[in-house]
Design a protein around this ligand. Sequence first.
Ligand SMILES: NC(=O)c1ccc[n+]([C@@H]2O[C@H](COP(=O)([O-])OP(=O)(O)OC[C@H]3O[C@@H](n4cnc5c(N)ncnc54)[C@H](OP(=O)(O)O)[C@@H]3O)[C@@H](O)[C@H]2O)c1
Length: 346
Amino acid sequence: MESGYRVAVVGATGQVGTLMLELLRERSFPAREIVPIASERSVGRELDGGLIVQGLSEESIQGFDLALFSAGGSTSGEWAPRFADAGAVVIDNSSRWRMQDDVPLVVSEVNPDALAGHRGIIANPNCSTMQMVVALKPLHDEAKIERLVVSTYQAVSGTGKRAVDELLDQSHALLHDREIASPTEYTHQIAFNVLPHAGGFLDGEDHTDEERKLMNETRKILGDPSIRISATCVRVPVLTGHSEAVNVQTREAISPERARELLRGAPGVTVLDEPAAAIYPLAIDAAGKDDVFVGRIRRDPGNERALDLWIVADNLRKGAATNAVQLAELLHERGLITPRPVRSAV
Ligand SMILES: NC(=O)c1ccc[n+]([C@@H]2O[C@H](COP(=O)([O-])OP(=O)(O)OC[C@H]3O[C@@H](n4cnc5c(N)ncnc54)[C@H](OP(=O)(O)O)[C@@H]3O)[C@@H](O)[C@H]2O)c1
């Protein structure tokens, strides 16, 4: 009898999917087979490690124990329930299922117990929400967060591979005194610029959907609908690593020293906070790492119950792929997925 899970990675050729494949291998997830799935464009392509990309069809989705999705909201909307109906537990990176009441929205260090209530689909939060709640959880446990004022500085890899190419192409053109092509991924030039427009403005909305996700998902994960949140999500010409300036007002005052102590003891957090020595989290240092980095911890001079923090993480790793694989590990450790018995040919 072979042991381990049969795992589908949907969106396996993308930035997040590629990392999920790597992490499943690096972290020795107990898989007996991993099947990479992408769009029709990629079917038949051989990936590093020799796996061959499959397409999505009623036949190809049968027999999986687990499916990790990172192929956009419409693919998740159509195919995640089909995988679940066919018996797999789905961990989805898109925003499609996150706010649905019967879908747990889970960060491994923050609300792992929510996994137990899953009904086949589990949602991975938005990247900017993910890193923020990892850092906020110990402060919320200590003194209950009342209000957050957040400004994000989000990397282009958060938009997808094509946005990374757009930044690189524009930068190259401008450095060589050439005209840039019309932007396709963003509404304005992103190279050497800062866009107060991460995500999209839906009809009649004065906040972007990215800003709404940050507000709604934070409340759902921390399990506290009363937290008031003001957010401005900004796209910056950084390849990987989202940074966030967060003002945190709690019910009881927390000193910066106590906040540092709490954060130093928190899972998945590294404190880098010696500003006089120019030591604080930087996107280029966080890229390629799994932790959430926190620094510039200081009291808000205008509010004795508020602290200011600077929070940085790799949006593709902890913001997406790492958390998805950590959730898969938790499902395994807690017996929340069961590998189907498969007999090997004799
Ligand atoms: N980037 C981030 O920081 C981040 C963070 C959190 C969550 N997410 C979410 O993760 C998802 C993927 O992001 P990404 O940055 O990895 O995007 P990406 O690099 O553009 O990759 C997209 C992947 O989806 C596949 N795909 C597209 N249409 C498909 C279809 N109709 N059927 C099957 N597969 C299809 C693509 O396959 P082909 O190669 O064949 O086109 C590719 O594998 C998105 O939902 C995004 O919102 C991203």
